[in-house]
Design a binder for this molecule. Structure first.
Ligand code: NAD
Length: 252
């Protein structure tokens, strides 16, 4: 990349997660990296790992993306430390398989807070600078659950929240297109990370893999490579799109 730019990735603190792999993929093509995660130690660890492996400037900041003041403070810290923000990957997310008849209001609200409000607050804070500079890439992590109506691991709340991110991405893409800012969604199928917190038995994973046309579950790099592609300056004609990364498990 000729112009020094920073990519902000939320939820890249977890060691085996999609966000961490995305931070590495973006750093590998020259982006400066900011990791924001509710797990501040994880965020700092990710930034140190990225800087060490790729030799790019990187910072990790503890931040709950559902907290407006925290988001504003964290982004201000990133702006003070690194090159102007050119990409935002709204990756922080939580899931739950709780069935609709059992879900509590508190659980429903928290799933929407992290997945939807978090993406909203981050985008609202970061996008004005992108518009001023005439360049930006926003990628939102949706899910195959949004497209097929749950049924993988996430329940109704997760499916609904991830579907909200599709509408968010599409409508925002229309508004920001004239300003050189693209907004896209990525919809992974089941990727082997810690988001299921050990609640998905190995036998169930194996049974699911057997049903997937490509014969395996997703790995984090499958998703990270697509996000890196969407963040490239050359990808400026792609906006409002949803990229499926599901091994053919949901073809529509
Ligand atoms: P993960 O659990 O490994 O990582 C999620 C990260 O988000 C963690 O580091 C966690 O600390 C952070 N986080 C949670 N709440 C936060 C908050 N309030 N503020 C800031 N950070 C917060 O999960 P993953 O599997 O890598 O998932 C990444 C994204 O991809 C999520 O949005 C998820 O919904 C989506 N996704 C995952 C899968 C999958 O199968 N793994 C499939 C489809 C979509």
């Amino acid at each position: 990349m000729t112009t020094a730019r920073t990519a902000v990735i939320t939820g890249a603190g977890s060691r085996r997660g999609i966000g961490r792999a995305t931070a590495h993929a973006l750093a590998g093509t020259g982006w400066q990296i900011a990791v924001l995660d509710i797990d501040g130690t994880g965020a700092e660890d990710a930034a140190a790992e990225v800087a060490d492996r790729h030799g790019v400037p990187a910072v990790g900041v503890g931040c709950d993306v559902t907290d407006r003041a925290g988001v504003h403070a964290a982004v201000a810290a990133v702006e003070a430390a690194l090159a102007p923000i050119g990409a935002l990957v709204n990756n922080a997310g939580i899931t739950s398989p709780t069935r609709f008849l059992e879900v509590s209001d508190a659980e429903w609200d928290r799933i929407f807070e992290v997945n939807v409000r978090g993406s909203y607050l981050m985008t609202k804070r970061v996008v004005p600078g992108m518009v001023d500079r005439g360049f930006g890439r926003v990628v939102n992590l949706s899910s195959v659950s949004a497209e097929r109506g749950g049924g993988v691991f996430g329940g109704v709340a997760y499916s609904a929240a991830k579907a909200a991110l599709l509408g968010f991405s599409r409508a925002l893409a229309r508004e920001l297109g004239p300003h050189g800012v693209t907004v896209n969604a990525v919809a992974p199928g089941l990727v082997d990370t810690d988001i299921t917190a050990g609640r998905l038995a190995p036998e169930r994973k194996a049974a699911m893999a057997a049903e997937i046309p490509t014969g395996r579950l997703g790995v984090v790099d499958d998703v990270a490579q697509v996000i890196e592609f969407l963040c490239r300056p050359q990808s400026g004609y792609i906006t409002g799109a949803t990229y499926d990364v599901n091994g053919g498990s949901h073809i529509h």
